[in-house]
Structures are given as C-alpha cells and as structure tokens.
Write a protein that binds this ligand. Sequence first.
Ligand SMILES: Cc1ncc(COP(=O)(O)O)c(C=O)c1O
Length: 391
Amino acid sequence: MINVFQPTLADEELAAVAEVFKSNWIGRGRRTADFEAAFADHLGVGHNRVTSVNSCTEALFIATRLAGAGPGGEVVLPTVSFVGAGNAVAAHGARPVFCDVDPRTLNPTVDDVAAALTPKTKAVILLHYGGYPGEVVEIAALCRDRGILLIEDAACSVASRVDGQACGVIGDLGVWSFGSTKIVATGDGGMLSARDPELVAQAAKLAYFGLEQFSGFSQAKENNTRWWDFQISSFSRRSIMNDIQSAIGVVQMGRLKGFVERRGEIVSRYDRALADLTGVVTPPPLPRGHTSSHYLYWVQMDEGIRDDVARDLYERGIYTTFRYAALHRVKAYGSDARLPGAEAAVARTLCLPLHQALSDDDVDTTVAALREVVTRRSAAPGSASAAGSAG
Ligand SMILES: Cc1ncc(COP(=O)(O)O)c(C=O)c1O
C-alpha cells in the first residue's frame, strides 16, 4: 500500500531513544528542554516563547482557554478545520462560528474571516491548509485592529513561512502537532507558542495541573525545604511531553529541512505529471514570499466521481483521503451556516499520498493510477463529466 502519510524514523531516532533508556530519565527532562529550544530556534523566537504539550489538540484546548473563550463568547474558525479545534471551542462553552474558505486553496480569505466576526468574537483559530500560509498576515492585521486574539493551528505548516516569518508566530498564539501523520513525528506530541511569554508560562502551568512550581525534584535541587508542598493557580490536567518523545523530536528537527525539500520535489513531480490530465485540477501556485511545508497535496475533480476515484485507488493499493471534513456539517456544533466555497471544496477534493519516504516510482504509480481511474470514471455513462460539465 502506498500510504497517504508516513513518518520517517531511522537508526538516529532509535539511538536517541536508547540514550534516554540508558539515562533512566524517561519523563519530562533535559531532552524535552532541548526539543523546545530546537523548535524555538527553528521558529526564530526566544526559548521563553514555546512550551511543549502531549498533543496539538491539547495545545488547542489550552490556547482557547487562554484566549478567554467561554459561555457567551464566540470563536471564528474555517469550517475546513481539525475536529480538535471545534471541540476546544465548544468544550469551553463558547460558540464555534464557522467561516467559508476559498474553494481552490481551502484557506479562508480575510473577507471570509471578517464576515464571521461579531462583538462577541474572542478569538480566531486559523489553519494553514496543507501548509499553504494563505492570507494569515492580512487576517492577523484584521484581528489586531479588532482586538481579537489570533490562534494559528500550524499543525500543517511546521516549516511554512511568509516573507521569512514562520507560520504559527504571525498571530498571538500558535500550536503544532508531532502526531504520527505529521512531518515532525514523535508518536504523539505538540507545541504551543505565544507572542507574550507570560501566556507561555501560563500554558506550561495548565499543562501540569495548574501547579505553581514544576516538580518536587527540581525544588529539592534548589535546596528548598518541603519540596512536596505545592500551590495551584488553576485546575488543569497533565499534558506534558516526555524525554522519549522529545529525543525523537530533537533528531527529527535536524532532518526537517531535508524532509520538506523532498516533499517539495514530490509536489513538483505531481504538478508536472498531472498538468495535462483533463478533469483534474492541481493546487494553485504559492503567492510570492510564501513557502509551504507541503503537508498535503490535493487534487480537485468533478464531485460526481471523487468518492469512486478514492475507492478505485484504494483497490489499486493507493491510500488517499480528504482533510478536513467541514465542521459546520457536524450536528453537535449546532451550526446552520451555508458556506458554498467550502461545500464545493469538500465535495471535489482528494489528498494524494505525500510524505518524504515516497519514491519517484511511488509518485509515478499514483499518477498513472489516477490518470486511468479519472479517465474511466469521467467517461462512464451518467457521470457529469461525460455529460460535458467537467471542471
Ligand atoms: C490541522 C491539525 N490541527 C490539529 C491536529 C491535532 O494534532 P494532535 O494529533 O497532535 O492532537 C491535527 C492532527 O491531525 C491537525 O491535522
């Protein structure tokens, strides 16, 4: 099976984990500090601007809480968002307000976001679809003008930049994922960054029960007495990373540039090979000054054939998927929004395999299979394409 996502883990990661085993310190410790420092350096921010957590979903919950989302408040997010973002808003008692997206980029425009803001809006949570930064700079300016916090869900955009500035640190808060499908993969893990280091310190406390001091062991080292006593500033959970995950993360950060370069080559190969395929539209070019992490490669086709094409590819050993199912259609969020750009996009879009371990042969196999099934499905009697309406 050619996977749609896949981590790249090798002997170097294994050796780093072996070191952690030997050190006998597998919890949060020196490696986690190293990973946080490496990540902050990669973003180009001070080390006090990031803190790690055990998943990006947890980072979204913490960021939403720090933004003051609660009963009576609203948080705007594109309907093409990760489910954890919708849940973070709803779980805090705030109302998720879903905005539309551009049907080609699947990112919201600044106008889409502006149209959803109300006096009750506490924050905007912005995804960079597939690693494309989108109008993040314009949306950050809009939020600043309106006194609204911008949280960037940068899980797709670990290495995406706009004019050299890293996605995730353009707004007020940013969150990242190191889950198994992500470019930097540690099994599970996440990072949170905030413009204000005080918010980062609060996030770190929220990730550890709301405890005022970090751990009894570090207190003992500082020669304090009764290091087992504690004070609590807020009631929270335990959502920290450990040194096993972080040791993997340190190695992965060193390989990130190479991963993204390889992903870029694969994207160019898909673009070239699919340029002449009737009925399939490839992602639009990146605007000047924007770079992508190339997390997703998405193609768009007639909605009458998309699902069948996915099934046909699966049967040929090629696993594709669609990210991210529209949240305004999920009943539990209670939305009655009509979002035509998103509705068109979610019906027509399919994400092809994209990860740094794909060989050129894998890409060529995928392209050949896509070419064959799209051509056959489009010509099938009764398909909209056969009737002459293919886009
Ligand atoms: C855009 C986006 N945000 C957030 C998450 C949540 O990440 P995690 O699995 O680390 O909770 C994901 C995971 O797939 C994601 O794709």
